[in-house]
Design a protein around this ligand. Structure first.
Ligand code: NAP
Length: 276
C-alpha cells in the first residue's frame, strides 16, 4: 500500500532527501516549505503523487491548510515527519531572549502544533508513524550548545510521552537523533550569539569555531541517514530512539555511562527518601 507522507522543512537537507526518496518509490507526499520555489522541480517530476504546501511551523493557519489539503487530496496520513528546525551556538549567559526564544518557537512549539493538527487525521487513518527530528544534541548536553540542547531534549520528552498515548491507535513515534550531517544546518540554519564573553571561550567560543570550520565538511552523508530513517519507518517494530551516525552513537553511549555512574554512586542515599 502506498504511504502518504507530510514532511516539514523540505527546502533542503533531510526534509528534501526524504521527500525525494518517498516520491521516488511511489508514495504520496505532501512536501512543505516556507518557500515553495525550492520544491517546484519535485512536484513537476511527480505530478500525480507530490503536492506542495506552504508551511511555516510558527504560523498555525499554514499548518491547518496543509493538513486539510492532505486529507482532501489523499484522504489519509500515514507518516508525519517533523523535520523543520534550526540551531544556535553560544553559551547560556551569552544569549539573549530575542535570540533563543525563536529556536523554541520552531523546534519545540512548531513541532507540537504540527503534531496536534495532524493527529485527528492520523487517528482516522488508523495506524502510522510520527517521526520527530531530534539530534545527538537531544541525548547529551554540550557547553556552547545549551539552547539547542534544550529544544531537542524537549522534543525527546514530548515524543516519549506521545509514543505511549498513541500506541493504542497503532501509531508509532520515532525520535531520530542524527550526529553531524552535511546539510545546510551549520550554514544558513544556525545562528550565533551576538555577545561574546571571554569567560566562555572554551564553551561558547569553541562552538563558534566548530561551526566556522565544519560547515560543508561534516562526515555524515544525508542520503545515507535518510535511507536509515526510511528503513526504520517501514519496520513493523520501529525503534523509539534512532541515533544515526557514529558521533550520535558515541554520544548515546557516553550518556548511558554517565547516567549509570551517577545513579550507582548515589543510589543508597537517594532512594531512602520515602516516609518512614
Ligand atoms: P537544513 O538543510 O538547514 O534544513 C532545515 C529546514 O528547516 C529547512 O528546510 C528550513 O526551511 C526549515 N525551517 C526552518 N525554520 C522553519 C519554519 N519556521 N517553518 C518551516 N520550516 C522551517 O538542515 P537539516 O540538517 O536538514 O535540518 C533538519 C532537521 O535535522 C532539524 O530539525 C535539525 O535540528 C535536525 N538535525 C540536523 C543535523 C545535521 O547535522 N544536519 C543533526 C541533528 C539534527 P527554510 O529553507 O525556509 O529556512
Amino acid at each position: 500500500m502506498k504511504k502518504t507522507w507530510l514532511i516539514t522543512g523540505c527546502s533542503s537537507g533531510f526534509g528534501r532527501h526524504l521527500a525525494q526518496e518517498a516520491a521516488a518509490r511511489g508514495d504520496e507526499v505532501v512536501a512543505t516549505a516556507r518557500n515553495l520555489d525550492t520544491l517546484r522541480d519535485l512536484a513537476q517530476r511527480y505530478p500525480n503523487t507530490v503536492r506542495l504546501a506552504s508551511l511555516d511551523v510558527t504560523r498555525p493557519e499554514t499548518i491547518r491548510a496543509a493538513i486539510a489539503m492532505t486529507e482532501e487530496t489523499f484522504g489519509k496520513l500515514n507518516v508525519l515527519v517533523n523535520n523543520a528546525g534550526h540551531g544556535f551556538m553560544g553559551a547560556i549567559e551569552e544569549a539573549t531572549s530575542d535570540e533563543y526564544r525563536p529556536l523554541f518557537e520552531v523546534n519545540v512549539f512548531g513541532l507540537i502544533e504540527v503534531t496536534r493538527a495532524a493527529l485527528p487525521l492520523m487517528r482516522r487513518t488508523k495506524g502510522g508513524r510520527i517521526v520527530n527530528l531530534s539530534s545527538g544534541a537531544g541525548i547529551l548536553g554540550t557547553g556552547g550548545r545549551g539552547y539547542y540542547n534544550a529544544t531537542k531534549f524537549a522534543v525527546e520528552g514530548l515524543s516519549e510521552a506521545l509514543a505511549q498515548e498513541v500506541a493504542p491507535m497503532d501509531i508509532r513515534v520515532l525520535i531520530v537523533e542524527p550526529g553531524p550531517f552535511r546539510t545546510e544546518f551549520l550554514g544558513r540554519s544556525i545562528a550565533v550569539a551576538r555577545q561574546k564573553l571571554e569567560a566562555y571561550a572554551a564553551s561558547g567560543g569553541a562552538a563558534r569555531i566548530y561551526r566556522e570550520s565544519n560547515d560543508g565538511r561534516q562526515l555524515g552523508d544525508p542520503s545515507k541517514a535518510v535511507a536509515v530513517m526510511i528503513r526504520a519507518i517501514d519496520a513493523d517494530d520501529p525503534p523509539l530512539h534512532l541515533p544515526i551516525g557514529p558521533h550520535a552513537h558515541s554520544q548515546a553511549e557516553r550518556k548511558l555511562e554517565m547516567f549509570r555512574r551517577d545513579i550507582d554512586a548515589w543510589r543508597e542515599m537517594s532512594i531512602a527518601t520515602d516516609f518512614d
